[in-house]
Design a protein around this ligand. Structure first.
Ligand code: DON
Length: 577
């Protein structure tokens, strides 16, 4: 396979073993370094706290928690929980996510991995029929599509290990909003219409999210008393309240009655993981992004490694877009070919992220002609919702979090009596090599289903850091998440405003389908012609995509700038100085 051959050999540690024989002097330096660590991490403090999230109620609740003495991590718990209530089509207690944290006091950076896992009874071919063909919608609708949720375990973990306030206090705004209700807006109506069949198929979901089986009218108030009780139980009992006892029994029973395969053991066994974020460098900026099982960091750093080999600023527009597309194509090819849950499969991460590999890929790019994806293929292809928020507190603690239940309204299934809407994240596995998921992504062996395994994600919460400042960004958008973060990052590096990062027109290439996806109005006629002449296929989409929430702490001017994507209905707010 060309993709395999293209990889350079794994670099081995020094054959003479000299690395291990560190002289005593080095230990002395190491101890000194440890002693100086707190000083080294005196990062200064931002003049204001800031939050950008996809819903005004969540941003406001997060700010209230900061004002009540909480830190960015408490605010992250609050914002996540409120979004679970007011953005049920995007994320929730029945889903998962990644929370990228930076603690100012010691500079610790960690990714809290609350990604869903495949149930223990899951099998590799569980979404295929007896002839080995995918069963339509089996990994998308109903409880068979649901992975074991991780959000509640992650929130309890963040609160306990990083927060200042008790979980009970951080969950209060969400409990209040679940009881009081929120008003249906246009976006809610569009999402509910899109998933109406799945929602109608679940009696509890229909009661919670529809009105007499129809999309509720604008302004209709969605009250979720079962969800309020579930949140209250979690507030009182912590993660145990969700993963054991009555709630766990109710969820398992509902899932099994409707064709799912969860067991109580699955819930008890769920573990949140602390992962070391991936770190790379691009034009003087330190880039910190999601670790596996998100493909985000790997794909982003691979793209940046290739981009660093040319001066993209001095390129003509068509050259720049062409080059970016070729870079995207190659990195997404590697995503499809190599990536999955590193706890289950060996992934040649070092090689994929090496400068030497970037040079090899770079050498295969022609500036005159598009490389057909098929010529790179490692296998034969067959045939909003999610959410992000960014937080900075006045101490300089940072959170970038992207959370999901996958498709709008997840699997559409609510476990009776719990108010918990289950995800359909199982569709992020490669249900058959080369078969595309709902985002058109293909995958291979590395992302095949296995009991307890985490499905590969594209969610890419990201920090940038340099002497100039600190950026926090991310977005929903399925397979397009990583290219949106790339485009946002390039804007940041070029010194544009946060408003520009989140609003710029977007384009995307993901290897397969072999086409440049373009937001309406993003490319001029002339640019389209120039790209077509180089052999690119263009797919101009009807609707724009993404919902980026970003902020920037400009260290030089000591200013904080925060912005919410104009495509969504979010809110970016700042505290008083
Ligand atoms: O984890 C992932 O990559 C997907 N489940 C994210 C889905 C998503 O962003 C949908 N949003 N539009």
């Amino acid at each position: 396979m060309p993709s395999m051959n293209a990889l350079p050999p794994t670099s081995k540690s020094s054959p003479d073993g000299s690395v291990k024989k560190a002289p005593v002097l080095h230990w002395g330096f190491f101890v000194l370094w440890l002693l100086l660590l707190p000083v080294a991490h005196a990062e200064g403090q931002p003049p204001a706290a800031a939050i950008a999230s996809a819903h005004p109620a969540a941003s406001k609740a997060g700010m209230e928690i900061l004002q009540a003495g909480g830190n960015a991590f408490d605010a992250a718990v609050t914002v996540s929980a409120v979004l679970a209530v007011v953005e049920p089509y995007s994320s929730g207690l029945g889903g998962g996510g990644f929370w990228l944290l930076h603690r100012a006091s010691d500079g610790k950076e960690v990714m809290i991995d609350g990604r869903e896992t495949a149930p223990l009874a899951a099998t590799r071919d569980m979404y295929l029929d007896s002839r080995g063909q995918p069963v339509a919608r089996a990994s998308i609708d109903g409880p068979l599509a649901a992975g074991i949720p991780g959000t509640v375990a992650a929130l309890a973990h963040i609160s306990k290990h990083y927060g200042r306030l008790p979980l009970k206090q951080s969950l209060l705004p969400a409990i209040r909003l679940a009881k009081e209700g929120f008003a249906v807006n246009e976006h809610y109506r569009r999402m509910a219409a899109f998933r109406i069949d799945a929602l109608r198929a679940s009696k509890s979901a229909a009661q919670q999210f529809l009105k007499a089986g129809e999309v509720p009218p604008l302004g209709h108030i969605i009250r979720q008393n079962d969800l309020a009780n579930t949140l209250q139980t979690i507030a009182e009992q912590g993660r145990q309240g969700f993963y054991a006892g009555k709630l766990a029994q109710q969820m398992v029973q509902a899932v099994r009655t409707h064709g799912g395969i969860w067991s109580e053991k699955d819930l008890l066994a769920y573990q949140v993981r602390e992962r070391k974020p991936l770190v790379g460098h691009y034009r003087g900026w330190r880039v910190v992004s999601a670790a596996l099982p998100s493909s985000g960091g790997v794909v982003l750093l691979e793209m940046l490694n290739m981009l660093a080999l040319r001066d993209i600023d001095s390129m003509a527009e068509a050259d720049r877009i062409h080059y970016l597309v070729e870079v995207m194509r190659r990195a997404y090819r590697d995503r499809a070919r190599w990536l999955g849950d590193a706890d289950f499969v060996d992934i040649p991460l070092k090689r994929l992220l090496s400068k030497e590999y970037a040079r090899q890929l770079f050498a295969s790019i022609s500036m005159q002609k598009a490389t057909p994806s098929q010529s790179l293929a490692g296998f034969k292809p067959a045939g909003r919702d999610t959410t992000h928020f960014s937080i900075l507190d006045k101490q300089g603690n940072r959170v970038a979090a992207t959370l999901s239940i996958n498709y709008p309204f997840g699997s559409g299934f609510v476990a009776a009596g719990t108010g918990v809407l289950l995800n359909d994240e199982m569709d992020d596995f490669s249900i058959k090599p080369g078969v595309a998921n709902v985002y058109g992504l293909v995958g291979a062996e590395a992302n095949a289903i296995e009991p307890g395994k985490r499905m590969l994600s594209s969610m890419s919460p990201t920090f940038l850091d340099s002497e100039h400042g600190v950026a926090i960004l991310g977005t929903p958008g399925g397979s397009r998440i990583i290219t949106m973060v790339l485009l946002g990052l390039l804007q940041a590096v070029e010194g544009n405003t946060v408003g520009q990062w989140v609003s710029q027109p977007r384009f995307h290439h993901q290897y397969l389908p072999d086409e440049i996806q373009v937001e309406p109005g993003a490319f001029s006629e002339k640019l389209q012609q120039e790209l077509k002449q180089r052999g690119h296929r263009l797919s101009i989409k009807e609707r724009p995509w993404g919902n980026m929430q970003a902020l920037y702490w400009n260290r030089k001017d000591n200013e904080v700038e925060v912005a919410s994507d104009p495509r969504g209905g979010g809110l970016a707010i700042k505290s008083a100085k």
